[in-house]
Design a protein around this ligand. Structure first.
Ligand SMILES: Cc1cc2nc3c(=O)[nH]c(=O)nc-3n(C[C@H](O)[C@H](O)[C@H](O)COP(=O)(O)OP(=O)(O)OC[C@H]3O[C@@H](n4cnc5c(N)ncnc54)[C@H](O)[C@@H]3O)c2cc1C
Length: 311
């Protein structure tokens, strides 16, 4: 049964962008639904005035800064259907409201989807990972979202539920731009389906950031399968180098069928640099991001290859 509470705002006396007042200067109505159906009904009723709250580590920050002022908050933390990690026949399913810390502690994620494990481990600190969810990371749609590159290289599918039913969307079609996804106002991201990879596939994630607690300047994930040193299949994805997380398709195409020699890796690094479209912002310059993209793609390929060869 949906709980409904009224939250009255306190009026801040200082600039919330400069001082952490711990005050939310926004008036809103607050709901705690228990089922996905109730979530969707609330979203449909209140439209763009409503916002989902998962861990709140992006949303609450934005509300404090008054970048957004939702009139209705729908907290999904108590929806059990959104909170699980389940080993299914051909894929691992993760509920969108599953906390990053639970994903980090999952043996199956670490073993089968190492790049996702490494990405989650690299995010913020334990306190944030104990609050933040994988769905929140994706729906916030930061170009630097750390869980996006691993999910792109594993070709994950996202189960989205709305009033008209549910659909599966490939993650490559989910992001539209900074802060923008294909989700409609009355839809919720319910599950992330990660297909088990062919035997012998190994993956790796590398992130360059200013400090450990920061978003990436550049991040990369690769999933690699080789036979006798020759690339049978490779997928490469990068974050913070374009308006959305991207796949490096040309580099993948170049590498497929080749032996992973130093010269081939160098050439791959050069191709990656032509595929990224970085900008200069507070975290880094476009030039640095382009240069480092090549370096960490090469490093990530080597890291995955070492895992394949058991080194
Ligand atoms: C100190 C700090 C450090 C951080 N470091 C990192 C980092 O290293 N890497 C990184 O990628 N991020 C980082 N973040 C950002 C943030 O922690 C992550 O993006 C986190 O995963 C967001 O999840 P959440 O559950 O807190 O999302 P919320 O803040 O609850 O939600 C984020 C957005 O997604 C929407 N939403 C949430 N769940 C759903 C759903 N199931 N369906 C539809 N919409 C939904 C919300 O309405 C909101 O718009 C950091 C944040 C802080 C404060």
């Amino acid at each position: 049964m949906t709980e409904r509470k009224f939250v009255k705002p306190l009026k801040p006396k200082v600039d919330v962008n400069k001082v952490n007042t711990r005050i939310l200067p926004v008036e809103f109505e607050y709901f705690e639904p228990r089922t996905v159906k109730e979530v969707v009904e609330l979203l449909s009723k209140y439209g763009s005035d409503a916002k989902i709250l998962a861990g709140g580590t992006d949303l609450i920050v934005r509300m404090k800064q008054r970048f957004i002022e939702p009139k209705y908050i729908v907290n999904i933390k108590k929806v059990k259907e959104l909170n699980f990690i389940e080993d299914r026949r051909d894929h691992l399913a993760i509920g969108a409201a599953t906390k990053l810390r639970e994903i980090e502690n999952s043996g199956i994620v670490r073993k089968k989807f190492t790049a996702l494990y490494e990405a989650v481990r690299s995010m913020a600190g334990v306190q944030i990972r104990n609050m933040a969810t994988i769905g929140g990371n994706l729906c916030n749609a930061s170009p630097a979202a750390d869980t996006a590159p691993p999910l792109l290289v594993f070709e994950a599918k996202l189960k989205i539920v709305g009033l008209d039913g549910e659909k599966l969307v490939p993650i490559s079609e989910f992001f539209l731009g900074p802060g923008k996804t294909v989700l409609k106002h009355n839809e919720v991201l319910a599950e992330i389906w990660i297909p088990y990879q062919p035997e012998g596939t190994e993956s790796a994630f590398i992130k360059i950031a200013r400090v450990a607690m920061d978003l990436a300047k550049v991040n990369v994930a690769v999933a690699l399968r080789t036979e006798g040193g020759v690339v049978k299949s490779v997928r490469i994805a990068l974050g913070a180098v374009a308006p959305t997380p991207i796949r490096a398709y040309k580099t993948e195409e170049f590498l497929t069928g080749k032996e992973l020699s130093e010269a081939v890796l160098e050439k791959a690094a050069e191709i990656v640099k032509t595929e990224v479209k970085p900008i200069t912002d507070i975290r880094s310059t476009a030039e640095y991001r382009r240069e480092v993209s090549g370096v960490i793609v090469k490093d990530a390929l080597l890291k995955a290859y070492e895992r394949i060869s058991g080194r």
